[in-house]
Design a protein around this ligand. Sequence first.
Ligand code: IPE
Ligand code: IPE
Ligand code: MG
Length: 248
Amino acid sequence: METNRDFSGIPVETLVKQSGLRHIAFIMDGNGRWAKKRMLPREAGHKAGADNFKTIVRYCKKIGMECCTVYAFSTENIKRPRREVEALFRLLISFIEEAAEEDDIEFRFIGEPGELGETIGQRTKQLEDSTRGRPYRLNIAFNYGGRAEIVHAVNRLMAEGKTSVTEDDISANLYTAGRPEPDLIVRTGAEMRISNFLLWQAAYAELIFSDILWPDYSTSDVDAAVREFASRSRRFGGLDKADQTGGT
Ligand code: IPE
Ligand code: IPE
Ligand code: MG
């Protein structure tokens, strides 16, 4: 892998364009530990995380990305104490209320937020319906699991009467259908795992694991991630141009 190419003098917007970074995805982890370090309840960490999420999403749009995905609540997070889960649901509802301020984001909720209650189901759908057709695409993974998403896609195909399927069939029936696959996935919070996120779509995504806790992850950390991405060589199983020797 080629790393550490020096891109320090190049503006980050140029690097986004030149490197083909269309879609960045974040596993926003570390809110609980951020709160614990400050002797605050975990819910305070989620509030700080939700505020930071708005800053980072807007910044990614500003530097020229087309699409952003954030992992906000996994299908497994429901196992957490009720108080914490309810705080996360309240943060989602207030986020949706404030989302009216955004005028160029097309929101999509990936996962099954509607299974979490009628209010969440209605509000998420309303936001999707009222923002359709806008240029910057934001996927919010809420009650999302990568395995559940693939099962959901296969069940839809079976309901159509398919007895055998292609990769394109599966892709077209995922929650992310019609949107680009992530080029880069950043996980904050020091864990080096994928935790059931975008299992299908991540096939050739570049991965960055950061020790920074999500509420502390800043726009300059996004810049550093873009520079790291631009320094990588994505081969998709092939060879770098310089190594193509003319087939002999
Ligand atoms: C990520 O932060 C947000 C959610 C999973 C909802 P955590 O709450 O997992 O934070 P840590 O990992 O406990 O620090
Ligand atoms: C992943 O974080 C899910 C989200 C960030 C929403 P978790 O904190 O739930 O993941 P694990 O339990 O450490 O794998
Ligand atoms: Mg965590």
